[in-house]
Design a protein around this ligand. Sequence first.
Ligand code: AN7
Length: 353
Amino acid sequence: MGVGVLQQYREYLPITDSTPMLSLGEGDTPLVRSNRLGPELGCGELYFKLEGCNPTGSFKDRGMVVAIAKALEEHSVGIMCASTGNTSASAAAYGAYCKLPAMVLIPKGEVALGKLAQAMAYGAKIIMVDGNFDVALKLVRDFTSRHRITLVNSVNPHRLQGQKTAAFEVSDVLGDAPDYLFIPVGNAGNITAYWRGFKEYYQAELTTLLPHMMGFQAAGAAPIVLGHPIKNPQTIASAIRIGNPASWQSALEARDESGGVIDSVTDDEILDAYRRLASTEGVFGEPASAASVAGLIKLVGQGLNLSDQRVVCIITGSGLKDPDLAVSSSLGQTIEVEPTLEALEAVALTAAL
Ligand code: AN7
Protein backbone atom coordinates (compact mmCIF):
# COMPACT_ATOMS: atom_id res chain seq x y z
CA MET A 1 0.00 0.00 0.00
CA GLY A 2 0.97 3.63 -0.37
CA VAL A 3 2.30 3.18 -3.91
CA GLY A 4 -0.67 4.80 -5.65
CA VAL A 5 -3.66 3.13 -7.25
CA LEU A 6 -2.05 2.46 -10.65
CA GLN A 7 0.63 0.30 -9.07
CA GLN A 8 -1.51 -1.19 -6.33
CA TYR A 9 -4.38 -2.33 -8.53
CA ARG A 10 -2.54 -2.58 -11.82
CA GLU A 11 -4.16 -5.86 -12.91
CA TYR A 12 -7.66 -4.40 -12.59
CA LEU A 13 -6.90 -1.21 -14.51
CA PRO A 14 -6.53 -0.45 -18.24
CA ILE A 15 -2.74 -0.29 -17.99
CA THR A 16 -0.37 -1.16 -20.84
CA ASP A 17 3.42 -1.21 -21.07
CA SER A 18 3.36 2.39 -22.24
CA THR A 19 1.12 3.75 -19.46
CA PRO A 20 3.14 6.08 -17.20
CA MET A 21 2.85 4.79 -13.61
CA LEU A 22 2.48 8.19 -12.02
CA SER A 23 1.17 8.91 -8.53
CA LEU A 24 0.62 11.81 -6.18
CA GLY A 25 0.02 9.31 -3.36
CA GLU A 26 -3.67 8.72 -4.01
CA GLY A 27 -5.58 5.80 -2.50
CA ASP A 28 -4.88 3.71 0.60
CA THR A 29 -7.18 5.95 2.63
CA PRO A 30 -8.19 5.13 6.21
CA LEU A 31 -11.24 3.05 7.11
CA VAL A 32 -12.10 4.26 10.59
CA ARG A 33 -14.42 2.45 13.01
CA SER A 34 -17.19 4.63 14.38
CA ASN A 35 -16.98 5.27 18.09
CA ARG A 36 -20.40 6.70 18.80
CA LEU A 37 -22.73 6.92 15.85
CA GLY A 38 -22.53 3.19 15.08
CA PRO A 39 -23.53 2.12 18.60
CA GLU A 40 -26.18 4.90 18.79
CA LEU A 41 -27.77 3.71 15.54
CA GLY A 42 -27.53 0.06 16.55
CA CYS A 43 -25.18 -0.85 13.69
CA GLY A 44 -23.28 -4.11 14.09
CA GLU A 45 -20.17 -2.39 12.74
CA LEU A 46 -19.95 1.08 11.21
CA TYR A 47 -16.91 2.44 9.37
CA PHE A 48 -16.07 5.70 7.65
CA LYS A 49 -13.89 5.62 4.54
CA LEU A 50 -11.91 8.85 4.65
CA GLU A 51 -11.53 9.85 1.02
CA GLY A 52 -10.63 13.36 2.13
CA CYS A 53 -7.19 11.90 2.87
CA ASN A 54 -6.39 11.72 -0.84
CA PRO A 55 -3.75 14.19 -2.12
CA THR A 56 -6.23 16.89 -3.16
CA GLY A 57 -8.72 16.07 -0.42
CA SER A 58 -11.32 14.04 -2.32
CA PHE A 59 -11.96 10.69 -4.00
CA LYS A 60 -11.55 12.30 -7.41
CA ASP A 61 -7.79 11.65 -7.34
CA ARG A 62 -8.32 7.90 -7.77
CA GLY A 63 -9.97 8.37 -11.12
CA MET A 64 -7.93 11.38 -12.18
CA VAL A 65 -4.62 9.52 -11.93
CA VAL A 66 -5.90 6.89 -14.39
CA ALA A 67 -7.46 9.47 -16.74
CA ILE A 68 -4.24 11.51 -16.77
CA ALA A 69 -1.98 8.48 -17.24
CA LYS A 70 -4.08 7.42 -20.24
CA ALA A 71 -4.13 10.99 -21.59
CA LEU A 72 -0.31 11.05 -21.46
CA GLU A 73 -0.14 7.65 -23.09
CA GLU A 74 -2.32 8.98 -25.90
CA HIS A 75 -0.14 12.12 -26.28
CA SER A 76 -2.85 14.50 -25.19
CA VAL A 77 -1.95 18.21 -25.22
CA GLY A 78 -4.31 19.35 -22.46
CA ILE A 79 -7.21 18.43 -20.22
CA MET A 80 -10.59 19.99 -19.51
CA CYS A 81 -13.42 19.36 -17.06
CA ALA A 82 -16.56 20.92 -15.69
CA SER A 83 -16.76 20.77 -11.94
CA THR A 84 -18.59 21.59 -8.76
CA GLY A 85 -15.05 21.94 -7.38
CA ASN A 86 -13.35 18.69 -6.47
CA THR A 87 -12.81 17.41 -9.99
CA SER A 88 -11.26 20.74 -10.91
CA ALA A 89 -8.90 20.62 -7.92
CA SER A 90 -7.82 17.11 -8.84
CA ALA A 91 -7.44 17.81 -12.57
CA ALA A 92 -5.42 20.91 -11.76
CA ALA A 93 -3.07 19.00 -9.45
CA TYR A 94 -2.40 16.06 -11.76
CA GLY A 95 -2.15 18.43 -14.73
CA ALA A 96 0.52 20.41 -12.87
CA TYR A 97 2.38 17.24 -11.90
CA CYS A 98 2.43 15.99 -15.51
CA LYS A 99 2.88 19.36 -17.24
CA LEU A 100 -0.49 18.96 -18.97
CA PRO A 101 -2.31 22.31 -19.17
CA ALA A 102 -5.63 22.07 -17.30
CA MET A 103 -8.76 24.08 -18.05
CA VAL A 104 -11.57 23.87 -15.54
CA LEU A 105 -15.10 25.18 -16.03
CA ILE A 106 -16.90 26.01 -12.83
CA PRO A 107 -20.36 27.39 -12.16
CA LYS A 108 -19.83 31.04 -11.28
CA GLY A 109 -20.12 31.74 -7.57
CA GLU A 110 -21.12 28.19 -6.67
CA VAL A 111 -17.83 26.49 -5.85
CA ALA A 112 -16.59 26.17 -2.26
CA LEU A 113 -13.63 28.39 -1.43
CA GLY A 114 -11.10 25.66 -0.66
CA LYS A 115 -11.65 24.01 -4.04
CA LEU A 116 -11.29 27.27 -5.91
CA ALA A 117 -8.11 27.98 -3.93
CA GLN A 118 -6.69 24.63 -5.00
CA ALA A 119 -7.39 25.10 -8.71
CA MET A 120 -5.73 28.51 -8.44
CA ALA A 121 -2.70 27.26 -6.53
CA TYR A 122 -2.06 24.42 -8.98
CA GLY A 123 -2.16 26.92 -11.84
CA ALA A 124 -5.15 25.73 -13.83
CA LYS A 125 -6.94 28.03 -16.23
CA ILE A 126 -10.20 28.69 -14.40
CA ILE A 127 -13.17 29.46 -16.60
CA MET A 128 -16.23 30.71 -14.73
CA VAL A 129 -19.48 29.81 -16.49
CA ASP A 130 -22.65 31.79 -16.02
CA GLY A 131 -24.68 28.64 -15.48
CA ASN A 132 -24.78 25.53 -13.29
CA PHE A 133 -22.70 22.34 -13.45
CA ASP A 134 -24.95 20.65 -15.99
CA VAL A 135 -24.58 23.57 -18.38
CA ALA A 136 -20.79 23.59 -17.89
CA LEU A 137 -20.52 19.84 -18.51
CA LYS A 138 -22.46 20.15 -21.76
CA LEU A 139 -20.06 22.88 -22.88
CA VAL A 140 -17.04 20.72 -22.05
CA ARG A 141 -18.49 17.77 -23.95
CA ASP A 142 -19.15 19.95 -26.99
CA PHE A 143 -15.69 21.54 -26.85
CA THR A 144 -13.72 18.33 -26.38
CA SER A 145 -15.61 16.59 -29.18
CA ARG A 146 -14.25 19.24 -31.55
CA HIS A 147 -10.73 19.79 -30.20
CA ARG A 148 -7.78 17.62 -29.19
CA ILE A 149 -8.20 18.27 -25.49
CA THR A 150 -8.94 15.34 -23.18
CA LEU A 151 -12.19 15.45 -21.24
CA VAL A 152 -11.52 14.31 -17.65
CA ASN A 153 -15.02 14.32 -16.19
CA SER A 154 -16.33 10.92 -15.16
CA VAL A 155 -17.85 10.41 -18.62
CA ASN A 156 -14.21 9.60 -19.44
CA PRO A 157 -14.34 5.83 -18.70
CA HIS A 158 -10.84 5.80 -17.15
CA ARG A 159 -12.13 7.92 -14.28
CA LEU A 160 -14.53 5.25 -13.03
CA GLN A 161 -11.90 2.56 -13.52
CA GLY A 162 -9.72 4.38 -11.03
CA GLN A 163 -12.54 5.17 -8.62
CA LYS A 164 -13.54 1.52 -8.31
CA THR A 165 -10.27 0.92 -6.43
CA ALA A 166 -11.91 2.34 -3.31
CA ALA A 167 -14.25 -0.67 -3.27
CA PHE A 168 -11.19 -2.92 -3.49
CA GLU A 169 -9.59 -1.17 -0.51
CA VAL A 170 -12.72 -1.46 1.63
CA SER A 171 -12.89 -5.18 0.82
CA ASP A 172 -9.16 -5.73 1.37
CA VAL A 173 -9.26 -4.06 4.79
CA LEU A 174 -12.46 -5.73 6.02
CA GLY A 175 -11.53 -9.11 4.57
CA ASP A 176 -14.84 -9.13 2.66
CA ALA A 177 -17.28 -6.65 1.17
CA PRO A 178 -19.51 -4.84 3.70
CA ASP A 179 -23.25 -5.56 3.88
CA TYR A 180 -24.23 -1.95 3.20
CA LEU A 181 -22.46 0.94 1.49
CA PHE A 182 -23.79 4.48 2.00
CA ILE A 183 -22.58 7.05 -0.49
CA PRO A 184 -23.51 10.55 -1.72
CA VAL A 185 -24.74 10.83 -5.31
CA GLY A 186 -24.16 13.83 -7.59
CA ASN A 187 -23.18 13.04 -11.15
CA ALA A 188 -23.57 9.37 -10.08
CA GLY A 189 -20.12 8.27 -11.24
CA ASN A 190 -18.86 7.18 -7.84
CA ILE A 191 -21.76 4.87 -6.95
CA THR A 192 -21.31 3.32 -10.40
CA ALA A 193 -17.58 2.87 -9.82
CA TYR A 194 -17.96 1.30 -6.36
CA TRP A 195 -20.54 -1.15 -7.65
CA ARG A 196 -18.22 -2.14 -10.48
CA GLY A 197 -15.37 -2.63 -8.02
CA PHE A 198 -17.41 -4.79 -5.67
CA LYS A 199 -18.64 -6.92 -8.56
CA GLU A 200 -15.13 -7.42 -9.92
CA TYR A 201 -13.79 -8.56 -6.55
CA TYR A 202 -16.79 -10.86 -6.11
CA GLN A 203 -16.27 -12.38 -9.56
CA ALA A 204 -12.58 -12.86 -8.76
CA GLU A 205 -13.73 -14.71 -5.60
CA LEU A 206 -11.89 -12.29 -3.36
CA THR A 207 -15.15 -11.54 -1.54
CA THR A 208 -18.19 -13.64 -0.67
CA LEU A 209 -20.91 -11.01 -0.74
CA LEU A 210 -22.09 -7.88 -2.52
CA PRO A 211 -23.19 -4.82 -0.56
CA HIS A 212 -26.53 -3.07 -0.81
CA MET A 213 -25.71 0.23 -2.53
CA MET A 214 -27.40 3.08 -0.67
CA GLY A 215 -27.06 6.35 -2.59
CA PHE A 216 -28.21 9.76 -1.35
CA GLN A 217 -28.92 12.94 -3.25
CA ALA A 218 -29.69 16.31 -1.69
CA ALA A 219 -33.44 16.94 -1.66
CA GLY A 220 -33.14 20.10 -3.79
CA ALA A 221 -30.95 18.27 -6.31
CA ALA A 222 -32.51 14.82 -6.48
CA PRO A 223 -33.26 14.08 -10.15
CA ILE A 224 -32.77 10.32 -9.81
CA VAL A 225 -35.16 10.14 -6.85
CA LEU A 226 -37.76 12.28 -8.64
CA GLY A 227 -37.26 10.52 -11.96
CA HIS A 228 -36.60 13.62 -14.07
CA PRO A 229 -33.80 16.17 -14.56
CA ILE A 230 -33.88 19.31 -12.40
CA LYS A 231 -33.22 22.59 -14.16
CA ASN A 232 -32.24 24.58 -11.12
CA PRO A 233 -30.76 22.25 -8.49
CA GLN A 234 -30.27 23.79 -5.05
CA THR A 235 -28.50 22.53 -1.95
CA ILE A 236 -26.01 23.67 0.63
CA ALA A 237 -23.89 20.67 -0.44
CA SER A 238 -22.49 22.42 -3.52
CA ALA A 239 -20.47 19.37 -4.64
CA ILE A 240 -23.69 17.49 -5.44
CA ARG A 241 -25.69 20.41 -6.82
CA ILE A 242 -26.29 18.52 -10.06
CA GLY A 243 -29.59 18.31 -11.93
CA ASN A 244 -28.88 15.87 -14.74
CA PRO A 245 -26.36 13.19 -13.70
CA ALA A 246 -24.19 11.74 -16.47
CA SER A 247 -24.18 8.24 -14.94
CA TRP A 248 -27.90 8.20 -14.15
CA GLN A 249 -28.61 4.85 -15.83
CA SER A 250 -25.69 2.98 -14.28
CA ALA A 251 -26.63 4.34 -10.85
CA LEU A 252 -30.09 2.81 -11.28
CA GLU A 253 -28.44 -0.47 -12.25
CA ALA A 254 -26.23 -0.37 -9.15
CA ARG A 255 -29.29 0.25 -7.01
CA ASP A 256 -31.41 -2.47 -8.60
CA GLU A 257 -28.75 -5.15 -8.96
CA SER A 258 -27.62 -4.66 -5.36
CA GLY A 259 -31.05 -4.44 -3.75
CA GLY A 260 -30.22 -0.92 -2.64
CA VAL A 261 -31.90 2.48 -2.71
CA ILE A 262 -31.33 5.95 -4.07
CA ASP A 263 -33.06 8.37 -1.77
CA SER A 264 -32.75 12.01 -0.77
CA VAL A 265 -31.85 13.91 2.38
CA THR A 266 -32.72 17.51 3.18
CA ASP A 267 -30.15 20.22 3.76
CA ASP A 268 -31.08 20.19 7.46
CA GLU A 269 -30.41 16.46 7.63
CA ILE A 270 -27.11 16.97 5.80
CA LEU A 271 -26.05 19.74 8.18
CA ASP A 272 -27.03 17.73 11.23
CA ALA A 273 -24.97 14.75 10.01
CA TYR A 274 -22.08 17.08 9.07
CA ARG A 275 -21.93 18.51 12.59
CA ARG A 276 -22.45 15.17 14.31
CA LEU A 277 -19.72 13.51 12.30
CA ALA A 278 -17.18 16.18 13.18
CA SER A 279 -18.17 16.81 16.78
CA THR A 280 -18.84 13.24 17.91
CA GLU A 281 -16.49 11.21 15.70
CA GLY A 282 -13.65 13.60 14.90
CA VAL A 283 -14.34 13.09 11.21
CA PHE A 284 -14.59 16.34 9.27
CA GLY A 285 -16.14 15.70 5.89
CA GLU A 286 -17.55 18.24 3.50
CA PRO A 287 -21.34 18.72 3.40
CA ALA A 288 -21.84 16.52 0.33
CA SER A 289 -19.97 13.73 2.11
CA ALA A 290 -22.26 14.04 5.10
CA ALA A 291 -25.16 13.07 2.82
CA SER A 292 -24.09 9.45 3.18
CA VAL A 293 -24.27 9.68 6.97
CA ALA A 294 -27.53 11.65 6.81
CA GLY A 295 -28.95 8.84 4.68
CA LEU A 296 -27.88 6.24 7.22
CA ILE A 297 -29.47 8.19 10.07
CA LYS A 298 -32.65 8.66 8.03
CA LEU A 299 -33.08 5.00 7.11
CA VAL A 300 -32.36 3.74 10.62
CA GLY A 301 -34.97 6.27 11.80
CA GLN A 302 -37.41 4.65 9.38
CA GLY A 303 -36.77 1.25 10.90
CA LEU A 304 -33.87 -0.24 8.91
CA ASN A 305 -32.28 -2.78 11.26
CA LEU A 306 -28.50 -2.97 10.93
CA SER A 307 -27.74 -4.80 14.16
CA ASP A 308 -25.94 -7.71 12.50
CA GLN A 309 -24.61 -5.73 9.60
CA ARG A 310 -21.31 -4.27 8.55
CA VAL A 311 -21.88 -0.78 7.22
CA VAL A 312 -19.49 1.60 5.45
CA CYS A 313 -20.16 5.31 4.85
CA ILE A 314 -18.03 6.99 2.23
CA ILE A 315 -16.75 10.38 3.36
CA THR A 316 -15.96 11.60 -0.13
CA GLY A 317 -14.17 14.89 0.60
CA SER A 318 -12.51 16.90 3.35
CA GLY A 319 -14.44 19.40 5.44
CA LEU A 320 -11.67 21.93 4.81
CA LYS A 321 -12.92 22.27 1.25
CA ASP A 322 -15.75 24.49 2.43
CA PRO A 323 -14.35 26.67 5.22
CA ASP A 324 -17.14 29.25 4.96
CA LEU A 325 -19.82 26.73 5.82
CA ALA A 326 -17.65 25.17 8.51
CA VAL A 327 -17.40 28.50 10.29
CA SER A 328 -20.97 29.70 9.74
CA SER A 329 -22.54 26.43 10.89
CA SER A 330 -20.07 25.79 13.69
CA LEU A 331 -20.78 24.16 17.01
CA GLY A 332 -17.51 25.39 18.43
CA GLN A 333 -17.26 28.53 20.53
CA THR A 334 -14.61 31.18 20.46
CA ILE A 335 -13.89 33.09 23.63
CA GLU A 336 -11.64 36.12 23.92
CA VAL A 337 -9.35 36.60 26.92
CA GLU A 338 -6.83 39.13 28.15
CA PRO A 339 -3.33 37.57 27.87
CA THR A 340 -3.06 36.74 31.60
CA LEU A 341 -3.12 33.44 33.52
CA GLU A 342 -6.01 34.70 35.68
CA ALA A 343 -8.13 35.50 32.68
CA LEU A 344 -7.34 32.13 31.13
CA GLU A 345 -8.19 30.31 34.38
CA ALA A 346 -11.46 32.19 34.59
CA VAL A 347 -12.65 30.76 31.29
CA ALA A 348 -10.74 27.46 31.01
CA LEU A 349 -11.50 26.07 34.48
CA THR A 350 -15.22 26.64 34.10
CA ALA A 351 -15.11 25.04 30.64
CA ALA A 352 -13.22 21.99 31.92
CA LEU A 353 -15.46 21.40 34.97
C1 AN7 B 1 -17.22 15.49 -2.09
O1 AN7 B 1 -16.19 17.75 -8.55
O2 AN7 B 1 -19.16 16.34 -9.48
O3 AN7 B 1 -21.93 11.07 -7.81
O4 AN7 B 1 -17.39 18.18 -10.28
O5 AN7 B 1 -17.18 16.36 -4.78
O6 AN7 B 1 -19.59 10.65 -8.58
O7 AN7 B 1 -20.65 12.88 -8.91
C2 AN7 B 1 -18.14 16.17 -7.37
C3 AN7 B 1 -18.95 15.23 -6.82
C4 AN7 B 1 -19.72 13.38 -3.71
C5 AN7 B 1 -20.65 13.10 -5.95
N1 AN7 B 1 -18.92 13.94 -2.80
O8 AN7 B 1 -19.99 12.08 -6.66
C6 AN7 B 1 -17.20 17.57 -9.23
C7 AN7 B 1 -18.25 16.66 -8.74
C8 AN7 B 1 -18.08 14.93 -3.15
C9 AN7 B 1 -18.04 15.37 -4.48
C10 AN7 B 1 -19.72 13.78 -5.03
C11 AN7 B 1 -18.89 14.81 -5.44
P1 AN7 B 1 -20.56 11.63 -8.08
